[in-house]
Design a protein around this ligand. Sequence first.
Ligand code: ADP
Ligand code: MG
Length: 513
Amino acid sequence: MPGEDVWQLFDLGAGLSPADLSTHLSKVTKLCKAWFSADGVSLFVRLEDSDAFVLAAQSGADRELPGASSFRLGEGIAGTVARSGEPLILNGPVDHPQVGRSGGPPIGSSIVAPLTATDGETVGVLNMTRNLGTPRFQEEDARTATALSRHLGFALANARLVARLHASAERERAMAAQTNLILNSLHVGVLVVDAVGRIEQANGEASRFLRQSDSDIVGESWLKIVGRLPKTLGRALKTAHDSALRGITQRHDLPKVAGRYLTAYTTPVPRGGVLLVIEDHTEQLETERELQRSRRMAEIGQMTAALAHEIRNPLTSIRGAAQMIAADNSLEGAKKWASVVEEEALALNSLCDQFLEIARPLSLHTDDVNLNALLETLASRTRLEASENVSIEFRPLAGKPIIKADGPKLVQALRNLIRNAIEAMPDGGELSLGLRRSKGFVRILVKDTGIGMTDEQVAKLFTAFFTTKPKGTGLGLCNARRVVEAHGGAIHVKSRVGRGSTFEIRMPLEASA
Ligand code: ADP
Ligand code: MG
């Protein structure tokens, strides 16, 4: 009878690797050989999700058991036992490949017992043989073997479950490691605060943002971490987190701390808690600012060149007039040339005024502006000023399109566009003013059926002193753009030679004035 220690062998549970399992099964066959005084013992194990059984362990020095190292459910003696789940004693000379190979010492007796799992499935077959001439297996041996193999069946099924658990835990660990790798390679801070306010997950960037150091903040209390931050930043982050707790996904621009510009994006997590993504866009802002600065420098360069050119014309006239005065002795002549000097000086003066107008920083005085009313007024005023062969149309937008803007400055900008449109239609045409609503924007359209522009012309628009008109200043569009951009808006142009042009002003619905 098996001793106490055999049952320990069947404790095939936690921590068993496939290699451990095969060593274990080898021990089982060895012990069975001793206890049952068998000459050969072999143990077949069913492959997972299959009806194939393969030899997993064997014991019996004199014979290489069995003839067949694998079989299928229902196939041969072992296959039949596996299907029926009933053990079998075979007595008398046995010659079957699954029991003993012909050629070795003849077999006199054999027990074939199924290994049955809790759910009744046969997960293996235990096969023991005694040689001819030794005592045959008895009913009692068969009973013990059955009890043993049932136990072994449970243990095997158990080991499989554990292996499966291990595998899925391993997969999960690998996934978590991969997720961490991804999170840590991001240049944004990512953290999850769970439903009870504990930091459940945080990448390196998040730790750096929130602690200004590299040490991990996972497992810490969110409120505690936030409490240690500079006051304004901490409060803003708390507000951001709380809004997500109420189920709101939002973007929050955080107060500037230590010269850094941070933005937090918060999203409620379905199982409770909040996902926070914190982005530092200081570098991006600086690059943009640098770009703007260099653009401005380039503009100043262009403008200076244009200004010098503009000054030279009147100066040449003045010089000419001065020479004429010097050469002309008559008072009449001197008077005539002096008036030329005066005229040109006036022109220079007005040039200076206009130049100063675009060079001076713009300050806005904003109020609610009803764009329907504003455009209506502009349309009727233009009807009075324009010649009869130009028709002026405006269809108001349904509802009250009200924006925050500096009304008089906006009128000034629009008048520049309208004047250009009228000037582009010397032979008449149609000027239409329009309003459209887009997401977050109102678009004001100024459309003419005039001469239009080439692509080269369009590219030069908005540059100071660019004009194609004999008496043009080339400052109208420059001014219009300045006003619109000061409101956080933008101007776009579409034009076709001979067909006309459309200028579009996009004004944000909540003008950042
Ligand atoms: P100005 O009207 O004094 O020339 P602007 O800055 O107002 O200065 O316009 C610059 C130039 O842009 C104009 O000279 C003209 O060539 C072109 N332009 C502007 N608006 C229109 C338009 N609606 N149709 C055709 N050309 C236009
Ligand atoms: Mg103009």
